[in-house]
Design a protein. Sequence first.
Length: 317
Amino acid sequence: RTLAFSFIFFFLAGQGWATTYYIDAQQGSDSNTGRSPSQSWKTLEKVNSGAYAPGDRLVFRASQTWVGQLKPASSGTIAHPIIIGRYGSGALPRLDGQGAVEDVVLLKNVQGIEVHDLEIVNRGDSQAPRRGVHIVLDNFGTARHIVISGLYIHDVNGTNARKDNGGIIFRTIGNLIPSRFDDLRIESNIVWRVDRSGIAAQSYHAMRSHWFPSLHVVIRDNYLDDIGGDGIVPWATDRALIEHNIALYCNHRAGSFNAGIWPWSTDNSIFQLNEAAFTQTTKDGEGFDSDYNSRNTLFEYNYSHDNQGGFMLICTP
């Protein structure tokens, strides 16, 4: 009876069939099962082709490098997300787009997924639209529970002609099915030397004529440095929390109007306990900005210093 009860409990919890898949760039083989370190897979292509269940884990071996794009197509659940991370000791597993892909990690129309503890690089011979992590909903509806944490994203030379590329970009697009995030967390990442945006959003649903804001968006404990344009910019959110972030040397290369930490078309945003410093130029060049189409925005307990454009811009229509 005890064994039967245990089986039923794990089955109902959704963990009875959860699997960990191992990826080893040196010793793995795509003909393996992937279900143990000795049977690890080898390539990103094999990972991308898989169908995964809630609670499954995809773990990359530490101190190894993969070239290309990670694009999981399966969704987990709030209670049992699909988790992407690392195993073994040593340096973070490195995913390198080498400038040949727009997005090194692409999460498109998925939910119930977490990405942790990876190094991400995407540098090409010249600037072009590029991102480290791209989270995008296209006519999807509401995507629940996406977590991006513990990533080291650097050397992404995207184009400074567009704001929707750079380090971590989250977007909701498409005019057929309103789309938004509910419980999107971007936490404890390092974003260094990227163009144009550090952590930023775009949304088709930002205008009041088709307003459909994302909910429970949290951007916290991130460190950004040497950013071509804007540092941290939520769009089309309601009650977003942006706290404990440090954004240094933003607007470093874009040659256009950018600031450190600010909202665009949001409601009830809270910006607290952030530091914005050394933002470059007077286009705009402020540490903080309360910007267009934003209602009831609160800035409190933030630290602004050495910004060439000053402390804060208040920008209305």
